[in-house]
Design a protein around this ligand. Structure first.
Ligand SMILES: [Zn+2]
Length: 1085
């Protein structure tokens, strides 16, 4: 037995920002009765309000009845004399000191429920992906030369009236890390591509090039001289070079959280604006392994009009080709009109390489990849080499290529055809530029000089192509609609490129790094917000020069870029070489340390009571975040040491826009600990041992949870299962999941060790198996975090051979074949388990949330890291937690996944009673989490951040810093408050970007005892303007220019990111100043 000398204090700290104003608000809304349970007069006011609402919203019966139920329950509890403090699933601990009591009934405005409750109406020619999946047989017949398609024919006279327009778009796909690290690729390939580009595009104004990764472009830019920069600017001005998408990377669309996607897009777009004055118009995503509508939405919000996608299931591509729906307006599932529509081109064939882009026959198209001319380093696998174009063969070669273009155009509704011309890291050598551009020019010249061919072929950028498409398809620029093009809603997961090769493995591959990324994202957001406030406050006090603002901004920029780099589709996906993974991991870890540095620096200024005492001393920091390695997932738990007796001051930073009752964990070196608030009130604390090794053994089973939700006992069973891999030649690897049938139950050789912890704040059962240390924790607090069970699994499969371990949750819910997973933490996509698909096809990405439900209950699994999830049986949810695979899966990586680490996975399991459900819901293509689920997920992903005041600073006084007067409305999330870089130099400007997200939520859940400390207010913050005024704004309007009206207009991503705001820009632009804040810091002694 080994018991560490460390102990843990779990203080239940209370972050009441301004309790008073919150209550004012509640009084105003007339819904708070926990405060005054015997007041029947207020109940009658409530009744009046309900009557009024009924008149207003006669059509919205379910919501009204929901509220009425709450009122009836409330009346009962008042009569029973029970009042507000009703027990949840556990008895509540009483907490001395300032106790913030959540309202008994969540004050939700019925109008705010309408978005999710709205009935779904599909447009006449709308394509819904869930319905497409119903239609398709998912057979895989041989299609001839176009193996996964069909034979394409044409008459030959189709173009007599309107010629075929061909746009050949040269591109080079540069992965920011895959087989080589980012820096190695840059040194060996990318810099040469870009250097040659400047020379070779200038040789002929008809030549074009597309570039998309700003991570590479900006690195190159730093290394080139003024003349070259001017040359690049002129290429852009002349339309020869187009920057597509303009993100830092081409992000993974399955695992990346929308915070990360937005941030890397901002970083890229900001760079472009500052250095080139360029705004991207079209998106270009040829390589992410499946496509998410979140990306479509964010690109649209970032001001792009068009986008291109490539890796879509081959059966879906074939169906879309047959229906001629490969060009469409991509609309969000939840969009009632066309406001989210973005024009999208889906590439029809197998790959984005040249053999698969000129037309259906790769054997022919390969002959038009002039890098493969005989004598070169690569050749055509179809064994017919390209021929250099000469006067003798030009006719024959042009007609051969034109035949492919014509066939390709048969899959589309207009006479505009796109033919990308490129591949991974193409155009490195000057000779390759000559080979491609000279030979193609000869072909174009021939085609264009023969009017009887009815073709106009040329080099183009992707926006040249879309511009022609828009004209031909008669796209209305105002409404983004076309009489010719359909509307498509839904997503393109799970991707299969051939046979039963589904790319569901990468939803989990390298989970350690997926978790590390999420941690970095939460630190980045927290540091951004704190830094923005500190800068503003320092300026107000005229102390900016005493603060390392530029040095910290450089670190912040580096962290943004490291996080942005990791959103790349081979990075967060876990599909890079081992040493590339280490390179990414080092960057992530390095930036986590730097962000802590920024947070303690910023918090130092903000919490100091007497600003006159401020002095920045890097060698003796005022605040510290010293952590210890721990097997539990407590990377942000800090160490407070006392020898022998002392008083330590703890500053706790709540980085969310919600007040919260939460548990704060701190490591101490003595069990003799008392915790007090700054005012001297005792805070309930629980001291627990930190175990380094398991001790007592027991053979009893543990994996059983019971919940008494709504008076009904609901049993939820938790188990672990193993997947192996098939005995066929093709086996599971970093990308692919190819299991050997259904999972087998985990049966450990030794009985597990079980540890039980009980206390005033939490109770926990930890079960130690050979491969997983599994903890279930119930927090005994009144806040949101007391509403769900925390699950923590520390997985270690380093000794295994071709195995994957999953957590399976089995319940009595009658969910049938339906389940729900989130897309990028941004929206929910309904799913169906389909028996006609192989097992691996039924796994989907889960960034933050998945759930199953029946008429009465919903069981939600919230996650703090992206993983693959499925619901293979009625009532089940199953998450793959780690994979160890000994071989390559033939997608170019050239290795298996054997660099497994001990990985902490953290989840929360939430069981909610539904007050109503209807049959329409079964066909509705959208679904929404409850408010409790939204905020539980936010708290899971954004834990409070404790910092310790250094021992030598015990004499300095601290004061809470509260930029918000109360919580923001429950449905509004502050995505980021991000200081913008100055026009010149690497330091900060006086502008910051405020990004808000109004979240759609489902009101058909119990609104009693949710633990939430917020309300909803019709999505209008102006309605509660007078309840909280941002200190910074009101005290000093000139301190930090209030939020970027100018930037926002020129860069629409800054507009609040809203799933549901109906009159978005107007209502939110008017309240910018109020939203300009969010980081209550509460201190404790
Ligand atoms: Zn790639």
């Amino acid at each position: 037995m080994k018991l560490s000398r460390q102990f843990t204090v779990f203080g239940s700290a209370i972050f009441c920002v301004v309790v008073f104003s919150l209550y004012l608000m509640l009084d105003h809304l007339q819904l708070d009765h926990s405060k005054n349970p015997s007041n029947n007069g207020q109940l009658s006011i409530l009744q009046e309000k309900i009557d009024h609402l009924e008149r207003l919203l006669a059509e919205n019966n379910e919501i009204i009845s929901n509220i009425r139920d709450s009122i009836i329950n409330l009346s009962k509890s008042v009569k029973d004399g029970r009042g507000g403090l009703e027990a949840g699933n556990q008895s509540r601990a009483t907490m001395p000191g300032a106790v913030l009591t959540p309202p008994l009934v969540l004050p939700v405005q019925p109008e705010d429920c309408q978005f999710a409750a709205r009935s779904y109406s599909k447009s006449a020619e709308g394509v819904q992906m869930l319905e497409v999946y119903d239609l398709l047989a998912f057979d895989n017949p041989d299609g001839g030369v176009w193996k996964q398609g069909f034979d394409i024919t044409y008459e030959g006279h189709e173009w007599d009236q309107e010629p075929l327009q061909v746009f050949v778009v040269p591109h080079s796909h540069n992965d920011p890390g895959w087989l080589k690290t980012f820096d190695d690729y840059y040194r060996d390939q990318t810099q040469h591509i870009l250097n040659n580009m400047v020379v070779k595009l200038h040789e002929d104004v008809r030549r074009k090039m597309l570039w998309s990764e700003i991570s590479y472009f900006s690195k190159w830019w730093e290394n080139i001289d003024v003349q070259k920069r001017d040359a690049v600017r002129s290429l852009i001005e002349r339309g020869q070079l187009e920057i597509a998408t303009g993100g830092w990377v081409m992000p993974d669309e399955a695992n990346a959280h929308y915070f990360g996607i937005i941030d890397q897009l901002l970083e890229g777009h900001q760079w472009l604006e500052k250095n080139l004055g360029v705004k991207p118009r079209s998106g270009w995503a040829v390589d992410p392994f499946g496509h998410s509508p979140t990306m479509a939405y964010l690109l649209k919000r970032a001001g792009l009009s068009n986008m291109l996608i490539q890796r879509v299931h081959y059966s879906v591509k074939k169906h879309f080709a047959a229906q001629k729906t490969l060009e469409f307006f991509w609309r969000q599932n939840w969009d009632p009109d066309s406001s989210t529509d973005i024009l999208c081109h889906m590439m029809p064939f197998y790959s984005y390489d040249i053999p698969h882009t000129c037309g259906p026959d790769p054997k022919i198209c390969c002959q038009f990849d002039f890098k493969r001319l005989p004598g070169g380093r690569i050749s055509c696998p179809w064994r017919v080499p390209p021929q250099a174009i000469t006067d003798d063969n030009v006719q024959e070669r042009a007609l051969m290529l034109l035949d492919q273009y014509r066939k390709k155009s048969q899959l589309f509704r207009t006479k505009v055809v796109l033919a990308p011309l490129g591949d991974d890291f193409r155009y490195t050598e000057a000779s390759e530029w000559d080979q491609q551009f000279q030979n193609y020019q000869k072909l174009f010249d021939y085609m264009n000089s023969h009017p009887e061919l009815h073709v106009q072929a040329r080099f183009g950028t992707i926006s040249d192509f879309f511009a022609a498409l828009r004209v031909t398809a008669d796209v209305d620029p105002l409404t983004s609609s076309s009489p010719l093009l359909p509307v498509v809603s839904g997503d393109f997961f799970t991707y299969a490129d051939r046979d039963d090769h589904y790319w569901s493995g990468y939803f989990t591959s390298r989970p350690f790094y997926k978790r590390l990324d999420r941690l970095l994202e939460s630190y980045l957001r927290a540091a951004e917000i704190l830094y923005s406030f500190a800068l503003s406050s320092l300026k107000k006090h005229d102390r900016l020069n005493d603060f390392p603002s530029v040095e910290n901004y450089k670190l912040l920029t580096e962290a943004r870029r490291n996080m942005g780099l990791f959103q790349h589709h081979d990075a967060i996906a876990g599909t890079g070489k081992d040493w590339v993974v280490i390179d990414y991991g080092t960057r992530l870890f390095h930036s986590i340390l730097n962000l802590k540095h920024i947070m303690v620096n910023s918090a130092h200024w903000l919490v100091l009571k007497n600003k006159g005492e401020y002095s920045h001393q890097p060698s003796v920091p005022f605040l510290q975040m010293v952590t210890i390695g721990s097997k539990r997932n407590t990377l942000n738990a800090i160490v407070l040491k006392c020898v022998p007796v002392c008083l330590r001051v703890l500053v706790v930073y709540n980085p969310t826009e919600q007040e919260r009752l939460t548990v704060v964990t701190v490591y101490v070196n003595t069990p003799q600990v008392r915790v007090q608030t700054a005012a001297g009130h005792a805070v309930t604390a629980q001291v627990s041992a930190v175990w380094e090794e398991p001790t007592q053994a027991s053979s009893e089973a543990y994996q059983r949870l019971q919940s008494k939700e709504g008076g009904v006992k609901q049993e939820v069973r938790l188990a672990f299962v193993w997947y192996g891999t098939t005995s066929n030649r093709d086996k599971s690897g970093a990308y692919l999941f190819l299991p050997d049938g259904e999972a087998k139950e985990y049966s450990p050789k030794r009985p597990p060790v079980i540890r039980v912890t009980r206390g005033a704040i939490f109770s926990e059962v930890t079960t130690v198996f050979e491969h997983v240390t599994h903890s279930l924790r119930l927090n005994n607090i009144q806040g949101v975090e007391g509403q769900s069970v925390e699950i923590s699994n520390t997985v270690d499969i380093r000794g295994e051979f071709n195995r994957e371990i999953a957590m399976r949750i089995t319940s009595d819910l009658n969910s049938s074949d339906r389940f729900f997973t989130d897309l990028n933490g941004y929206q929910i996509q309904p799913r169906r388990m389909m028996a006609k698909l192989p097992l691996q096809a039924n796994f989907y990405p889960m960034t933050t949330t998945s759930y199953i439900q029946d008429e009465h209950l919903r069981l939600t699994l919230l996650t703090a890291q992206s993983l693959g999830v499925a619901s293979l049986k009625n009532g089940q949810l199953e998450v793959i937690m780690d994979r160890r695979l000994m071989q390559d899966d033939n997608r170019g990586l050239g290795q298996g996944v054997q660099d497994n680490k001990i990985t902490a996975n953290t989840f929360r399991l939430l069981l909610e009673r539904r007050s109503s459900s209807d049959a329409r819901e079964q066909v509705r293509p959208s679904s929404f989490p409850s408010l409790l689920s939204h905020i539980s997920s936010m708290f899971l992903n954004h834990p409070v951040i404790p910092m310790a005041v250094g021992l030598s600073y015990g004499h300095l006084h601290t004061a809470p810093y509260r930029p918000l007067r109360s919580s923001l409305p429950c449905d509004i999330h502050l995505v980021n408050l991000r200081t913008i870089q100055a026009g010149e130099g690497p330091g900060p400007s006086e502008e910051a970007a405020l990004i808000l997200h109004r979240r759609g939520f489902d009101c058909t859940f119990a609104s009693r005892n949710t633990g939430l400390l917020c309300a909803t207010t019709w999505g209008k913050v102006s309605a509660i303007n007078h309840y909280f005024i941002c200190e910074l704004f009101s005290l000093s309007p000139s301190s930090l220019k209030i939020c970027l009206l100018t930037v926002m207009l020129s860069f629409s991503l800054f507009l609040s990111i809203s799933s549901i705001c109906i009159s978005l820009s107007i209502c939110y632009l008017s309240i910018i100043s109020v939203f300009y804040c969010s980081c209550p810091i509460e201190q404790q002694a």
